[in-house]
Design a protein around this ligand. Structure first.
Ligand SMILES: [Zn+2]
Length: 386
């Protein structure tokens, strides 16, 4: 597929300084795949001459190459296509949960090259950064070092005077932690941090089912309920890092209580623990309730139907709010969308505005390593300053 790669002019593992046109060209190739030079120039609104300078620079850094490649399903002249050199750089993604660290190294096109997970040593900030350093050394052994890293975690992350601050991560018990700066000192490469669901949204938006969409939403279901929004091609973070907080939306005022004391909110029905709790049977775990629902157990089926109804209300509420082109549902709790799809669809129909366009729902299977890959995508996007 590729012509002989251009020899990188600089350190072949570190990320070079690129100007905005160079970043833009690389971004277009990453999101939309190989394309002719003329098409990139058109998309970026720059002259062919300028693009020649841009591509020469990107080739010298070993980030793109030119050669025959198939256009994605469309007719085109082969032989003049620019494409990303996936092996041009590698990236570390780390996802932190309350008690585990998930890590992956990916190439420039976000393909996982190697992954690893282990228990968190203590969950303290310094210990965790040291642990990330050791995991990086383990993962890059015998392969090119990383160019940048991304760290994803459940919590609020804001950028304040150019620094990324984890303002609050309840699962880790962290507040006001300059995680990116601290990790950068330890790893010696640029580090970006972000809320885990926003990372996952970014991954779907560039390298997944949302590629090329300007307006999309992502809902994660599982341990908690998360939301990611893309508006005009950008991830929405909100004024305080808290955009997309629909996890306590009221659903049924006669429903069960959530941990905040709301009666019948989304969190009282939809998270895996709420589905298990609805069974009122000690000793059951989520997998057992899934198995019971598949075998037709009435209580388990009911729990999944109630959860799916709440999910449908969320989908339609997002659709009513900002009319996305697509809504992606994913996460470890994805069986809810499969076991009770009709309940979800009827909630969507009941909640959607009468004049709204039909909602495009994309249900994506999920593996836990996706979180770490998404953190690597954060690192890639951060290098392209998007
Ligand atoms: Zn609630």
């Amino acid at each position: 597929m590729a012509s002989p790669p251009a020899a990188p002019a600089t350190n072949p593992t570190s990320w070079p300084t690129l100007n905005s046109a160079e970043r833009g060209a690389l971004r277009e190739l990453l999101i939309h795949g190989p394309m002719p030079r003329a098409e990139i120039a058109r998309r970026l609104g720059i002259s062919r001459t300028s693009l020649t300078r841009v591509t020469r620079e990107l080739m010298e850094h070993g980030l793109v190459s030119e050669g025959a490649a198939e256009l994605n399903g469309t007719a085109g002249r082969p032989g003049e296509l620019l494409h990303v050199r996936p092996q041009g750089r590698s990236f570390l993604g780390v996802n932190l949960t309350a008690d585990r660290l998930f890590a992956a190294v990916t190439d420039l096109e976000a393909r996982v090259l190697v992954s690893h997970d282990e228990a968190l040593d203590s969950g303290g900030v310094e210990d965790t950064i040291a642990q990330i350093g050791r995991v990086r050394e383990r993962l890059v052994k015998g392969r090119p070092d990383i160019a940048a890293a991304g760290i994803a975690l459940a919590g609020d992350v804001v950028t304040s005077t150019g620094r990324q601050i984890v303002t609050e991560s309840p699962f880790l018990g962290w507040r006001q932690v300059a995680l990116a700066d601290l990790a950068e000192q330890r790893l010696g490469v640029p580090v970006a941090t972000e809320n885990d669901v926003r990372c996952l949204t970014a991954a779907e938006h560039w390298f997944g089912v949302g590629a090329g969409f300007d307006l999309m939403a992502l809902i994660t279901v599982g341990f908690g309920i998360g939301f990611g929004l893309v508006v005009d091609g950008k991830i929405v973070t909100g004024g305080h890092g808290k955009a997309g907080r629909l996890d306590h939306l009221p659903i049924d005022r006669n429903g069960p209580l959530c941990e905040y004391g709301h009666r019948g909110c989304v969190t009282a029905f939809l998270p895996n623990a709420a589905i298990v709790g609805a069974m009122r049977t000690p000793g059951l775990d989520y997998e057992a309730v899934v198995a019971l629902a598949r075998s037709g157990d009435p209580a388990a089926v009911r729990a999944f139907r109630d959860a799916a109804y709440a999910l449908g209300v969320l989908v339609a509420t997002l659709a009513n709010t900002f009319d996305p082109e697509k809504i992606v549902i994913t996460g470890e709790g994805i069986p809810v969308a499969e076991l009770a799809r009709s309940e979800m669809d009827s909630a969507i129909a009941a909640t959607l505005h009468p004049t709204a366009a039909p909602v495009v729902v994309d249900i994506q299977p999920f593996e836990f390593t996706e979180w770490a890959r998404a953190a690597a995508v954060l690192a890639i996007r951060d290098r392209l300053q998007f």
